[in-house]
Ligand binder design. Structure first.
Ligand code: ATP
Ligand code: MG
Length: 249
């Protein structure tokens, strides 16, 4: 397939994908259909333990489905090499930043991906410094990664993905540990990006500010949830953490 032909297909599609962890009798992911595409901005919500992180790991090939198929640019894939190519196009910001960051300094961590993609050291450092600059993180470049605060680690994790210039991103609870100002900065960063993404979050307001559609993880499936019923709140009330409609006056 030519590059042009491949670009007419969605980046990734999970078709009727099922998955259960070894030893569990029930399928955690049960014939789920999910599409991640270049400009699509999708939110994914759902209770703790409902399988959201597992779903992202299935998309990335970190876990393999027990049923169904994964398509990358229109082609069904299964080999390690296929998933390696997929991971060149799609970056994932992990729920736990310590799973993502492993280099001694921030700059080395951000440069790791570009170096791995074949850039020279000079090019990799250039693109990494530019990425840190775009995220207003330049002041952290020489810091020891494991000494960063939780929120700083989240943003640096994002930088390690963006420095590879992915076609789409998966973000697992990116607002965890972020204070309000940093969360607002992350919202602005995401809204400036011209790539697609899927964000797992329990924060409805964050999803309405950054996504065009929201899926609800329910009984092993990611089901479209009405974005119309999601809206930003500056007040709290009994239904504040669930989607709902207000009576029209
Ligand atoms: N490696 C594993 N082996 C066995 N069970 C696992 C494993 N990883 C996760 N699970 C279980 O699978 C279920 C789904 O986990 P997952 O991390 O996908 O949930 P989640 O929707 O991301 O939850 P949260 O909102 O708390 O992050 C949970 O019950 C979890 O305990
Ligand atoms: Mg999770």
């Amino acid at each position: 397939m030519t590059a042009d032909a491949a670009s007419t297909f969605p980046l990734v599609q999970l078709r009727q994908v099922s998955f259960g962890y070894p030893g569990s009798k029930q399928m955690l992911i049960d014939q789920a259909d999910v599409t991640v595409d270049r400009r699509q901005r999708i939110g994914l919500i759902g209770p703790n333990g409902s399988g959201k992180t597992t779903l992202l790991h299935l998309i990335m090939g970190l876990l393999r489905p027990t049923g169904g198929s994964v398509l990358f640019k229109g082609r069904e894939i299964s080999s390690k090499e296929d998933f390696r190519l997929l991971r060149r196009s799609i970056g994932m910001v992990f729920q736990d930043s310590d799973d993502q960051l492993f280099s001694p300094t921030v700059l080395e961590d951000v440069a790791f991906g570009p170096l791995n993609l074949g850039l020279s050291k000079k090019e990799a450092l250039h693109v990494s410094r530019r990425t840190l600059d775009n995220l207003e993180l330049s002041r952290l470049a020489e810091r020891v990664t494991h000494q960063l605060s939780g929120g700083e680690k989240k943003l640096v994790s994002l930088a390690t993905i963006l420095s590879m210039q992915p076609e789409a991103m998966l973000l697992d609870e990116p607002t965890n540990n972020l204070d309000l100002a940093t969360r607002t900065r992350l919202t602005a960063i995401l809204n400036r990006l011209e790539i697609g993404y899927m964000i797992i979050s329990h924060d409805w307001d964050f999803l309405t500010e950054t996504c065009d559609e929201v899926y609800d993880m329910n009984e092993g499936k990611a089901l479209r949830s009405g974005i119309d019923s999601l809206h930003s709140h500056r007040h709290a009330h009994v239904w504040g953490d669930r989607p709902h409609e207000h009576a029209r006056c």
